[in-house]
Design a protein around this ligand. Structure first.
Ligand code: LMR
Length: 396
């Protein structure tokens, strides 16, 4: 048996991370995965997260199963973090998920089963895993133009035209903030135009929020677009991840929520979401959600957490500016202003797949082949090396 099984393709992001780990090149640099690193290149456990873990041990928290839909107290805190303190939680159906991927997967499955439209439109480009997740859910995956590689800016006209052309009542996936991989978000008037069109077309919005806190450095400000959509009464789902903003990558902690018209609908949807979860993984893991709950239930820890989130965003922002300066110092005369204008964890450089391959093969710099650099992977020790290599492959 198994003779007919062929080797599967490596993942476009995590496959490269694996190659990085396997490399024995002393010069190697990891700017592939969107995961925060401190100024010494090490993963950073937020002190507020460590303090919460301390409290959890002090309180002798047990290891019992969570309910199918997760820890209700965590879900409440998480939804307020996203939708705001005044959110109408009595009519938002929310379940704990295995981070953002799990949230997209549960939401996609729910839509495939219960939503009238079967087409989901993803931006081009988007996080590579979106295509696979929603395809696996049985949705018909389509795309809309989002980013113009010739100008390295948002393609607003293309985006509006494609969303207009989509059949009425389609699902439109939007990144809530700090779009991955482009770092390019609509401004407030562009959001307005988008919302008006989506309303006119009767589309449903599926927000993916993986970087709340990383766009502006202020987690509250970063939630503005999705809060506006909710206040406007547009139908929406939200996939929320705590991987990046709480640094809980391996803890797999997030939520999926559906804004409903009333509490009765919420209860019905909750029952169906639980029916999807139970045969998939029974119930979610407990440690990460206990951390978020503990932090957000304690005013002092919450205040500390917000500062630490800003600290991460600020370091990335400063490395973004310094990267462009260093590329210019290396001799580049190209226009890199798009990189300075971008926000969030990534620089979407505009480099071709061949240039990226050259960076990896000749310089041991590991990045995704779409030209995305995870700025969090840069620090004083590798900045000059990366900048000079980028200049070499883009001017060669
Ligand atoms: C990324 O885009 O690098 C992250 O979201 C990590 C992942 O799972 O792909």
């Amino acid at each position: 048996i198994w003779n007919g099984v062929e080797m599967g393709p490596p993942d476009a992001i995590l496959g490269i991370a694996q190659n990085f780990r396997a490399s024995t090149d002393e010069r190697k640099v990891n700017v592939c995965v969107g995961a925060y690193r401190d100024e010494t290149g090490q993963p950073w456990v937020l002190p507020s997260v460590r303090a919460a873990e301390g409290k959890m041990i002090e309180n002798n928290e047990n290891k019992e199963y969570l309910p199918i839909d997760g820890d209700a107290a965590f879900v409440e805190k998480a939804l307020k973090f996203a939708y705001g303190a005044d959110a109408p939680l009595e009519r938002i159906a929310g379940v704990q998920t295995l981070s953002g991927t799990g949230a997209c997967r549960i939401g996609g499955k729910f839509l495939a089963e219960f939503f009238s439209g079967n087409k989901i439109y993803l931006p081009v480009p988007t996080w590579g895993n979106h295509h696979k997740i929603f395809g696996e859910c049985g949705l018909d995956v389509q795309t809309y133009r989002y980013y113009d590689r010739s100008t390295n800016r948002l393609d607003l006209d293309g985006m509006l035209a494609d969303i207009k052309d989509a059949p009425d009542g389609s699902i439109i996936l939007l990144h809530a903030c700090a779009h991955n991989p482009t770092g390019c978000d609509p401004n407030s008037s562009q959001w307005r135009a988008l919302m008006d069109l989506i309303k006119e077309k009767g589309h449903l919005i599926f927000f993916d929020s993986a970087y709340q806190g990383f766009a502006s450095g202020d987690a509250e400000a970063d939630a503005q677009a999705l809060r506006n959509v909710m206040k406007e009464g547009l139908p929406m789902l939200l996939a929320q991840s705590f991987a990046k903003n709480f640094g809980l990558y391996g803890e797999r902690c997030g939520t999926l929520s559906v804004v409903c018209k009333d509490a009765e609908t919420k209860d019905i949807l909750m029952s169906q979401l639980k029916n999807i979860i139970r045969p998939m993984y029974s119930s979610p893991p407990k440690h990460g959600s206990s951390i978020v709950k503990t932090v957000l239930s304690d005013d002092a820890l919450t205040g500390q957490y917000y500062k630490e989130c800003t600290q991460m965003a600020d370091r990335i922002q400063s490395m973004r500016t310094r990267l462009v300066e260093a590329i210019k110092e290396a001799g580049s005369t190209h226009d890199w202003s798009h990189v300075t204008e971008q926000i969030g964890m990534f620089a979407y450089t505009g480099m071709s797949a061949e240039m990226c391959d050259q960076l990896t093969d000749e310089y041991a710099i590991y990045l995704t082949r779409d030209g995305r650099i995870s700025i969090a992977g840069l620090n004083d020790n590798n900045l000059k090396y990366v900048a000079e290599a980028v200049h070499a492959v883009t001017d060669g």
